[in-house]
Design a protein around this ligand. Structure first.
Ligand SMILES: Cc1cc2nc3c(=O)[nH]c(=O)nc-3n(C[C@H](O)[C@H](O)[C@H](O)COP(=O)(O)O)c2cc1C
Length: 195
């Protein structure tokens, strides 16, 4: 039986097959450093494929960064139910396919079901949606989901104002922004303090 005694502090971290898997890796590392929060990882099969392509890492290496791991096919697992308490869910990166699934309530795998549950329980849901260019369908799905309380549409966009010198610094900045809605302050996050 799954134990979810400390699950108020559990963030479900979903990952899909969109580009941006290095950001997932960074998010898991930041959660690991943060006090009083745990990560429960759900990766789709496409995410595992894109992970190897973009980072050279194997799924098992990323899974080792998470506190708990679920198979996307395990639709009987804790995150499939609202009675499994969590601090919300982050999907990084979030594909247009998964965005459409969330928009329509089509919960055909554990990741989509967990997102559906997060919405019905009115918990924070952060979507690091990634595609370019964006079609009217993508934009409609984002716009309509953004109207729901608790949903944060945070595309992983490049920023330059904090003067990043490496891709890693840029990735860190994006990851830190994605975790802000959960009250996590990343140690090396360089906030804007004015000119
Ligand atoms: C290298 C690579 C990069 C991709 N990048 C994106 C992307 O940025 N956005 C997107 O919506 N789909 C992207 N895709 C396509 C998705 O992986 C594909 O639609 C997949 O079915 C998504 O399934 P999932 O949401 O269940 O993970 C990419 C595919 C590959 C192989």
């Amino acid at each position: 039986m799954e134990n979810n005694r400390d699950s108020e502090k559990t963030i479900i971290v979903g990952a899909t097959g969109a580009s941006g898997l290095p950001i997932l890796v960074q998010c898991l590392k930041i959660i690991k450093q943060a006090q009083g929060v745990r990560s429960a990882l759900i990766m789709t099969d496409s995410a595992k494929l894109t992970l190897e392509h973009e980072t050279g890492m194997h799924y098992s290496e990323v899974a080792a960064l998470a506190d708990q791991v679920y198979d996307q096919k395990d639709i009987g697992a804790g995150p499939a139910s609202g009675s499994f308490k969590t601090a919300g869910m982050l999907i990084v990166p979030c594909s247009m396919k998964t965005l459409a699934g969330i928009h329509s309530g089509y919960a055909e795998n554990l990741l989509l079901r967990a997102a559906d549950v997060t919405i019905k329980e009115q918990r924070p849901l952060v979507l690091a949606v990634r595609e370019t260019p964006l079609s009217p369908i993508h934009l409609r799905n984002m716009q309509e989901l953004a109207m729901i309380r608790g949903i944060h549409i945070i595309p992983p966009m490049m920023t330059f104002y904090h003067k990043p010198e490496t891709i890693e610094e840029m990735t860190y900045h994006v990851a830190a922004k994605l975790l802000e809605p959960f009250g996590i302050e990343a140690q090396d996050y360089r906030r804007w303090t004015g000119l």
